[in-house]
Design a protein around this ligand. Structure first.
Ligand code: S3P
Length: 441
């Protein structure tokens, strides 16, 4: 589907962000490892979470989805069944990396594979430390999927680990913490910067002893293997901050706009973009702070604002790792340049987000210089044009948002990819006042 966005607006109204993607992956999987029935509302029903649910079914886990309420009948830490066929993780690296940790803990044989895009993502970053724990795991040539895990006798526990992650990564951290549930002693991980801590919060809520503390060069997390079963999960998931990010950017750049976004997850390890937009002069109010499933949540009010460029580097990058496409969509309309450094990890996301973002922003007339670990983006607005999101849901949404304030329309090819994380994204924008056409050419 090709989506053409016409400049205009204003955008006005109130819209709920879809359920958080990271948390949806975790509740489905962690609930499967609990004993008893979990029930979670506002689950994200989308391409990437379908990959997780499908794989769980293949591992013998029963679940039911009714609208966005997910019920999972937990099988306990050692209850996963060896799958009869390859676990298809689709396009979802979160599914693959998290499932691998759970499969390793269960000690069952399994093969995990996925789309051509997923096969390009680096998997040695989980395989290498898992091997140190005694897991029999191989990656394909080049270090990607398919991943093949061998079985282990039920009596043999994994070896506890003391490991420093070369890059801050919540997916790697979570994979290893899940494996550590089946280790013979506490496991300690050291991260150079604190990646999203949803796993630590959720496991603690399920009764697992997980301690975190800052240390000289980053953060440390220690998990003690539990002696009692994991408690089931019950509650409501926050709206996804990373989905709300595109609506925030849309409101900030479209003159006359004012949007209310209720129930958005505001975990401080995820909200670097809020700080970036505010540093750029963005008018964003947070109210009604509360907690859902151990995660901070609030309502956002975002108004059109003249923006100025900003420089993002260091740990700030980790706190907004998924938000550079949304950030760039606003930064092209700011006054003055925006600079991103220390963000080389972006090259290993759903696309090479530095290369792809720079080439597509250039296609709409932006002046942008690509650097090895980021980019320098001149503000002042763009012309418009035809863009290719490189099979990346966040790039597609970012480029659609650019079309709201460009001088001419922006046509996003293959825009159905937005369904991976934000089903109904074009309809939401339309309901707020955006002008667009969809074509199946
Ligand atoms: C995620 C962690 C991040 C993020 C991804 C989801 C998670 O990846 O980019 O969209 O749910 O743990 P890394 O942990 O590899 O940086």
């Amino acid at each position: 589907m090709n989506l053409t966005i016409f400049p205009g607006g204003p955008l006005r109204g109130c819209v709920e962000s879809p359920g958080d993607k990271s948390l949806s992956h975790r509740v489905a999987l962690f609930a499967a490892l609990a004993e008893g029935e979990s029930c979670v509302e506002h689950f994200l029903v989308s391409g990437v979470t379908e990959a997780m649910l499908r794989s769980l079914k293949a591992l013998g886990v029963a679940w039911e989805l009714s609208d966005d309420t997910l019920r999972v009948y937990g099988r306990g830490l050692h209850g996963l069944r060896a799958p009869e066929s390859v676990l298809d993780c689709g396009n979802s690296a979160t599914t693959m990396r998290l499932l691998t940790g759970a499969v390793a803990a269960a000690g069952i044989a399994a093969v995990l594979d996925g789309s051509a895009g997923l096969r390009r993502r680096p998997m040695e970053r989980i395989a290498e430390p898992l091997r140190q724990m005694g897991v029999d795991i191989t990656t394909a040539e080049g270090g990607g999927a398919p991943l093949t895990l061998g079985s282990r006798p039920p009596s043999r526990r994994l070896s506890a680990l003391d490991y420093s992650l070369p890059v801050a990564s919540a997916q790697v951290k979570t994979c290893l913490l899940l494996a550590a549930l089946a280790a013979d002693a506490p496991t300690t991980l050291h991260e150079p910067a604190l990646s999203r801590d949803h796993t630590e919060r959720m496991l603690r809520g399920m009764g697992v002893e997980v301690e975190t503390s800052p240390e000289l060069a980053g953060y440390r997390v220690t998990l003690t293997p539990p002696k009692t079963p994991l408690c089931p999960l019950r509650g409501m998931l926050p709206g996804d901050f990373s989905a709300a990010a595109f609506l925030m950017a849309a409101a900030l750049i479209t003159p006359g706009s004012e949007l209310t976004l209720p129930g958005v997850g505001l975990n401080p390890t995820r909200t670097g973009l809020l700080d970036a937009f505010r540093a750029m002069g963005g008018d964003i109010e947070v109210s009604n702070l509360r907690e859902y499933l151990g995660e901070p949540v609030g309502d956002l009010k975002v108004r059109f604002s003249p923006l100025r460029g900003v420089e993002i580097a260091g740990e700030w990058v980790v706190r907004m790792i998924d938000e550079f496409p949304a950030f760039a969509a606003a930064a092209v309309f700011a006054e003055g340049p925006s600079v991103v450094r220390d963000a080389q990890e972006l090259r290993y996301k759903e696309s090479d987000r530095i290369g792809a973002l720079c080439s597509e922003l250039r296609a709409v007339g932006a002046q942008v210089e690509e650097t090895p670990d980021g980019f320098i983006l001149q503000g002042g607005g763009v012309r418009g044009g035809v863009v290719n999101p490189h099979g990346d849901h966040r790039l597609a949404m970012s480029l659609a948002v650019v079309g709201l304030a460009s001088r001419e329309p922006v046509k996003v090819l293959g825009a159905e990819i937005t369904r991976e994380s934000f089903p109904g994204f074009p309809d939401v924008l339309r309901s707020l006042g955006a002008q667009m056409t969809e074509a199946y050419e």
